[in-house]
Design a protein around this ligand. Structure first.
Ligand SMILES: C[S@@+](CC[C@H](N)C(=O)[O-])C[C@H]1O[C@@H](n2cnc3c(N)ncnc32)[C@H](O)[C@@H]1O
Length: 386
């Protein structure tokens, strides 16, 4: 079904909101203020989804997408190829304000800051899906269908140069390409959609905060080449750690934030669930005797009453956020400051609402466009005891 729609505000999820006959429609490939012809792609109980297929009245923010594989029905990897980069950041800022207002009752207008390097060629970790003919590409939006590509324009040049898209792979497998900060590249293959590795694990060198980690190529590391320096600098600046202060680095991975704050404070305890990340962290940070790693689930670990008071917390959970149990355990220890690093504004706003209700104030918020062309961005908030 096709509808002519007036496009309203941007919403969380990489789409804009329109209304028709009293129903809400989430429209991809459109921009606020546009009039478009839209094809309905999905009908749900309370709302519809649609793709703008013809732009009747374009926004001044509309540009020709630099990637020929973006657009309705094509690669689902990027959401905002059709928007100028500064407009992408304005929309992300609006999403953050809206989520904070709705989920935390907090009013703020936070600019989303660009990272150096432009909107293309930044992604240092790329996961390709493989189609039935063995060609590497990306899934269509909300679909298992694979769109083969010649190269991914947002991938780092070192990844675009890897022989991934020019050859055939086992149909249905997953191929991961990595360009590490230490200069190495790696290609991993997995059975099925993100299944077990089909080859031996590969390690790459990542360099940051005066340290060098040998990490699993398939493990977590920030994907934008300037994300690590930006996020660690922001966390350090917000927390202002002082000599002797005790700190927790929760969901700490290989201890990136611990390595950043440890030279300025007292003992730092990293809690991380991935055994291999903990092993890599212990090895890389062995010259920091005040950094201790605990391999375990964050909620279960810090619920232990033997984990007494703490002055500073870095909280960097996965997309789902930290949640009530973790947030309550932290607040019960009354740290002076919490730096919350979030890749999902909704999860950040939900947890912010909990912290505001537990005697904390959100004293600083910054946001960074560490995922240009996509709906994603990073938010870092400083929560202080009110
Ligand atoms: C967003 S990453 C942050 C990693 C690290 N702070 C960094 O910047 O490199 C989230 C980390 O949380 C870990 N993780 C996810 N769920 C966890 C849980 N319930 N308990 C402990 N660690 C968890 C993941 O293994 C991952 O390393």
């Amino acid at each position: 079904m096709m509808l002519e729609l007036e496009i309203g505000a941007v919403a969380h999820g990489g789409h804009c909101v329109a209304r028709h006959d009293g129903r809400v429609i989430f429209v991809r490939h459109a921009l606020p203020g546009e009039r478009v012809l839209a094809r309905i792609t999905e009908e749900r109980k309370g709302y519809l989804r649609a793709d703008a297929v013809e732009i009747l009245l374009p926004s001044p923010d509309r540009v020709i997408p630099p990637c020929p594989f973006s657009g309705p029905g094509a690669c689902g990897g990027c959401d905002w190829q059709h928007a100028a980069p500064d407009a992408q950041r304005r929309m992300k800022s609006q999403v953050l304000s809206e989520q904070l207002a709705r989920l935390a009752g907090f009013s703020a207008s936070v600019p989303v800051e660009a990272l150096p390097g432009g909107a293309l060629g930044w992604r240092t970790r790329v996961q390709y899906a493989v189609d039935d003919e063995g060609r590497a590409g990306f899934h269509r939006h909300r679909s298992a269908e694979v769109v083969p590509v010649d190269r991914c324009r947002i991938a780092h040049p070192a990844i675009q140069a890897l022989p991934v898209t020019g050859r055939r792979w086992p149909p249905g497998s997953t191929v991961e390409a990595v360009a590490a900060s230490g200069g190495e590249t790696a290609v991993l293959t997995r059975a099925g959609r993100s299944g077990a590795l089909t080859g031996p694990p590969v390690r790459v060198r990542e360099v940051a905060a005066g340290h060098e980690w040998s990490v699993d190529a398939g493990g977590f590391w920030q994907v934008h080449p300037h994300a690590v320096e930006t996020f660690t600098g922001t966390v350090l600046d917000m927390l202002r750690p002082a000599a002797g202060e005790r700190a927790w680095d929760l969901y700490g991975g290989v201890g990136l934030f611990a390595a950043t704050i440890a030279p300025h404070c007292g003992p730092v305890t990293v809690v991380e669930g991935d055994r291999r990340a903990v092993a890599a962290g212990r090895k890389a940070l062995r010259d920091l005797p005040d950094v201790r790693f605990v391999n375990g689930d964050v909620a279960a670990t810090i619920a232990n009453p033997r984990w007494r008071s703490v002055d500073l917390v870095v909280l960097d959970p996965p997309r789902a956020g930290a949640g009530r149990e973790v947030v309550s355990s932290i607040a019960a220890r009354s740290p002076r400051a919490i730096a919350y690093v979030a890749c999902d504004p909704a999860a950040f706003a939900r947890d912010a609402g909990l912290l505001l209700g537990l005697g904390y104030e959100l004293s600083q918020v910054r946001a960074f466009d560490s995922f240009p062309m996509t709906q994603h961005f990073e938010t870092i908030g400083l929560f202080s005891r009110s």
